[in-house]
Design a binder for this molecule. Structure first.
Ligand SMILES: NC(=O)c1ccc[n+]([C@@H]2O[C@H](COP(=O)([O-])OP(=O)(O)OC[C@H]3O[C@@H](n4cnc5c(N)ncnc54)[C@H](O)[C@@H]3O)[C@@H](O)[C@H]2O)c1
Ligand SMILES: O=C(O)C(=O)C[C@]1(C(=O)O)C=C[C@@H](O)C=C1
Length: 366
């Protein structure tokens, strides 16, 4: 019920902040928005992410700081001071350094006793785009939302409830555990994707025209904002560096093996490196936290025409097949789309057979 939802002030109305505002508004909650850029705040308001904060507006119950990491601590402490009864949280991608900055600024401001009202958070959801126009109400749906308990149980509960209502799955961690985990699953991959994509700058147009989904999959996040990522990498350097050193060592192993691929042991060394990649990837959880490898994959080729996807899902509903996950790929230059359906393992072959029997171009991927 709208009346029971706490009111929210979003500080920083870019991709993350405006997404929080859009979702909270869609649930019926009151949202104010504020940004150092009047344009970003006005766009967020026009999108429906909240009303512009004005002096004299009602004090919010919760302040969500969604500014870049370099100004996050300052905005958190400013919010703790301006709203003495509000719970304050943030969505920044690094937690240890921001926590230390908050404690230092709070001590200088003489508000150390208020620190329990600040509950650090980080939704593991985003896009390779910035700004309010890229915001999506459903951005956080079923994604992990890390919350670091502050020591104030009520404030922590308020932030956990906020994260859940926004669609996230709450994961509790200390700031140190957070920084070490995201170094592995977010920060190192960003560097790898950017470095691979940067090699493309010197490629011929004719080579780039051949790029398929493999390259697109591995480089999507290379489109992310460099100014944001410099702050993230610099702010978590201690956790990211050892991982990059291991990556560099593995890369060196590939270089050595390729120096003389026919030499004894060279192909085994390569195979081991590639096999370790398969093993690592198979550990990534899919829907409901299960390994994605536990599902069977059924590929369906569809004409790139309106209504095709709808018909496919209608047939699956008739068959009583629950789709656990779905991905769509378009063949460049061809009017055909490939739909990769994840279904329960024991249903892989029968689903493909039933689709074929209904005239569809489908097969079970083994
Ligand atoms: N981009 C992602 O995928 C992603 C995912 C999860 C978390 N985060 C975190 O969310 C935060 C915001 O990232 P984003 O991608 O939304 O960035 P963004 O650039 O889209 O938006 C940031 C907004 O903050 C405003 N801003 C900057 N300094 C401010 C200040 N001092 N006071 C008020 N407003 C200020 C900017 O004008 C901008 O509108 C970052 O801390 C980032 O680490 C990002
Ligand atoms: O999917 C993306 O585009 C993201 O950039 C999301 C992503 C991530 O690495 O998973 C990026 C940084 C954030 O701190 C959290 C989420």
């Amino acid at each position: 019920m709208a009346a029971s939802l706490p009111s929210v002030l979003v500080v920083g109305t870019g991709l993350l902040g405006a997404s929080v505002g859009l979702k909270w508004r869609s649930l019926g909650g009151a949202v104010y928005v504020r940004d150092q850029s009047p344009t970003a705040a006005a766009i967020a308001e026009d999108l429906g992410a909240g009303r512009l904060w004005k002096d004299g507006s009602d004090a919010p119950d919760i302040v969500v700081v969604a500014t870049p990491p370099e100004s996050t601590a300052e905005s958190i402490v400013a919010a703790l001071r301006e709203f003495p009864d509000a719970v304050v949280t943030d969505v920044a991608s690094i937690k240890g350094r921001i926590g230390a900055q908050v404690r230092e600024l709070a001590a200088k401001a003489g508000i150390t006793a208020d620190l329990g009202r600040y509950v650090p958070g980080h939704p593991m959801a985003g896009r390779e785009r910035s700004g309010p126009v890229a915001a999506r109400a459903e951005l956080f749906e079923a994604m992990p939302w890390i919350v670091c308990p502050s020591g104030d149980a009520d404030a922590t509960h308020a932030v956990e409830t906020l994260a859940r209502r926004l669609g996230g799955t709450v994961v509790t961690m200390t700031p140190e555990e957070h920084d070490s985990a995201v170094a592995l699953v977010s920060h190192m991959p960003q560097v790898a994707a950017s470095l691979v994509a940067s090699r493309l700058t010197s490629g011929h147009d004719s080579s780039l025209a051949l790029a398929g989904n493999g390259l697109r999959d591995t480089t999507r996040i290379a489109g992310s904002d460099p100014t944001l990522w410099v702050q993230i990498l610099a702010g978590n350097a201690a956790a990211v560096r050892p991982l990059l050193a291991e990556l560099a060592s593995d890369l060196h192993g590939v270089l050595e093996a390729l120096e003389d691929p026919a030499a004894p042991g060279a192909r085994l060394a390569l195979a081991r490196l590639l096999d370790a990649g398969q093993a690592g990837r198979s550990r990534l959880p899919g829907k409901h936290g299960t390994s994605s490898e536990r599902f069977a994959h059924v590929m369906v080729l569809l004409d790139d025409r309106p209504g095709q996807l709808g018909s496919l899902f209608n047939v699956l509903a008739d068959l009583g097949v629950n789709v656990e996950d779905v991905r769509m790929e378009h063949a460049p230059g061809r009017e055909v789309g490939a739909v990769d359906l994840s279904v329960q393992t024991h249903l892989g072959q029968s689903t493909a057979d039933e689709l074929v029997a209904r005239g569809m171009n489908a097969y079970h991927v083994r």
